[in-house]
Ligand binder design. Structure first.
Ligand SMILES: [Zn+2]
Length: 280
């Protein structure tokens, strides 16, 4: 279904479903609290989706987030209980858009579960999923992803993103906040990773913000409920509080990165969440 916000046309993108460890998702929050909202299975895993957006903005087609993609080994796919890995292209087909018609692709950061869909294997060769799109990414994220440390090395897969630059010239680096196309803004928030960005699509006073892992699921709408994986937790708290204040005041539509059940919605007065069922 389409949601119109002024001149924006928005469609939900579910680029795969999977499971992640509940402790990873909720950090210092006690399990007795989070499991009431997100029940864990026998392996302590909770349901996840890779949530993104297909948007028509001022005549351009923009894909926000690309999910895990189709390159995981069978073993790894089983570990994370991956389902519907082709969801990225299937979602595009549903709205009648071919991959080579996409003008711009923006992932909030380069972790494997957000950037995996940027590339795919075709007969053993690594190919770009969106061969004609401009890809906007924070320079600080790119540099960090190419130089991981002991803590972060399992979260980046260079095959996901280096082909955008090697042999192709499709990556455009952003330093901080920018309007990368008319109506398409990125806001550098850091925190989860050094170059994490929130994508804000605007039409006049109306806006939709793709939060990335600043806000993964509905329980993370509590400012203090953050992920164990965040590199700079205090910065996450600050940026979340700032985003929620703006979203409530200006009635921004928020899209949460990993919520499997109605991932889009509004923050109403008093902080109450009102889901947008048309983006589910
Ligand atoms: Zn993620």
């Amino acid at each position: 279904m389409t949601v119109r916000l002024g001149d924006l046309e928005l469609y939900i993108l579910i680029a795969g479903r999977w499971k992640a460890d509940g402790g990873l998702m909720f950090g210092v929050v006690p399990k007795v609290l989070w499991e009431k909202q997100k029940p864990a299975d026998g392996n302590n895993m909770i349901d996840m989706a890779c949530v993104g957006l297909i948007a028509r903005v001022n005549g351009k087609v923009i894909v926000c987030e690309t999910g895990i993609g189709t390159k995981l080994s069978e073993k790894r796919a089983l570990q994370v209980a991956l389902r519907e890995p082709e969801g990225l292209l299937h979602s595009l087909q549903r709205v009648g858009i071919r991959a080579d018609e996409v003008d711009a692709v923006i992932t909030t950061h380069l972790h494997w579960d957000h950037a995996g869909g940027l590339t795919r294997l075709d007969g053993g060769c690594l190919e770009l999923t969106f061969p004609k799109a401009r890809h906007f990414i924070q320079r600080s994220e790119w540099d960090f992803a190419l130089d991981p440390n002991v803590r972060t090395q399992a979260t980046y897969v260079t095959d996901d993103f280096t082909p955008l630059a090697d042999g192709n010239n499709l990556v455009e680096f952003v330093d901080g906040d920018a309007e990368v196309l008319p109506g398409v803004h990125v806001r550098h928030v850091g925190g989860h990773t050094p170059g994490s960005q929130v994508i804000v699509l605007r039409s006049g006073e109306l806006a939709c913000a793709v939060t990335g892992d600043l806000v993964c699921q509905t329980p993370h709408l509590r400012v203090g409920w953050t992920m164990a994986a965040d590199i700079e937790p205090l910065r996450v708290l600050q940026e979340k509080a700032r985003l929620f204040e703006e979203a409530e005041k200006h009635r921004w539509l928020l899209l949460l990165s990993h919520e499997p059940d109605m991932p889009a919605g509004y923050i109403e007065e008093g902080g109450r969440w009102r889901p947008e069922p048309r983006l589910a």
